[in-house]
Design a protein around this ligand. Structure first.
Ligand SMILES: [Fe+2]
Length: 262
């Protein structure tokens, strides 16, 4: 086991190995962490083009102009990084100091949501979470812009009696600009005066979700086979998230683990 000083200076991941995904020259890359092979891919490549198409009646072909008008930056054109391990692995996303590990922080900055499959948090930090589920399709941030611990980390722990089962509800992720555009489309936001992203609003309540999942919304289903650990990390400054009861509003999944990291 590494001493704390070593883990502070050593990155879990070599960021450069994800460059082909960032550039769009590869759709899948492979690597190893602690000897365990993984495959990684982008969840929604060219996200900006998806957003531009879906909201073309509002954006008139220029997502950049809408970002300017709304005062919201859009920075994750390769949206969402999924890292799937071949075998179960415990990874030090954070330790007891609740500080997000350096290379995962860099991946979150580059790709937005970072999702791990077949992984649990390593060591005693594993249990440093509360359990939560938010209302259906209520898109929100967990932490305000002035809070230091602005990263949310959600977990499905493979050791937990409830969470070891696949979950009935998903977690949805959108870039801030999507919340603004969808709010405008639904008449909840006036584009002439609405600036920035709200901290909470109900969206897509009347939408056929199949038409938007994987297009303008990233869905983390938490439905890997029984006994599979899963982790999702986001920066609340750039991303809103919501619970989605994908099997009908009466079919509610269990509460997942949540923790906030500096
Ligand atoms: Fe939340």
């Amino acid at each position: 086991m590494l001493a704390r000083a070593d883990t502070l200076t050593r990155n879990l991941f070599d960021i450069a190995q994800f460059d082909p995904l960032w550039r769009g020259t590869e759709s899948v890359i492979t690597g190893r962490l602690q000897g365990i092979p993984f495959r990684a891919n982008i969840c929604i490549p060219e996200y900006g083009a998806h957003i531009g198409r879906y909201y073309r009646s509002i954006t008139a072909g220029s997502l950049a102009a809408m970002c300017g008008q709304s005062d919201i930056s859009f920075i994750h054109d390769q949206f969402g990084l999924r890292i799937a391990f071949e075998e179960p692995v415990d990874i030090a996303i954070h330790e007891d100091d609740m500080v997000l590990e350096n290379s995962v922080r860099a991946l979150v900055a580059r790709f937005g949501p970072v999702l791990f499959r077949n992984a649990n948090i390593a060591g005693t930090a594993r249990d440093r979470c509360h359990h939560t589920i938010s209302p259906n399709l209520r898109f929100h941030t967990d932490r305000g812009p002035d809070m230091a611990n602005r990263y949310s980390c959600f977990t499905r722990d493979s050791n937990d009696a409830e969470q070891r089962e696949p979950r009935q509800s998903s977690t949805l992720f959108i870039a801030n600009i999507v919340s603004w555009l969808q709010g405008v489309r639904e008449g909840q936001c006036d584009p002439a005066i609405e600036r920035g992203a709200r901290m909470s609003l109900d969206l897509f309540m009347e939408t056929q979700m199949a038409s938007v999942l994987g297009d303008v919304i990233l869905e983390q289903r938490w439905d890997a086979p029984i006994g599979t650990g899963e982790i999702a990390v986001i920066d609340n400054a750039d991303i809103l998230h919501a619970t989605y009861h994908r099997n009908g509003s009466g079919v509610k999944g269990y509460r997942i683990g949540a923790r906030y990291l500096n």
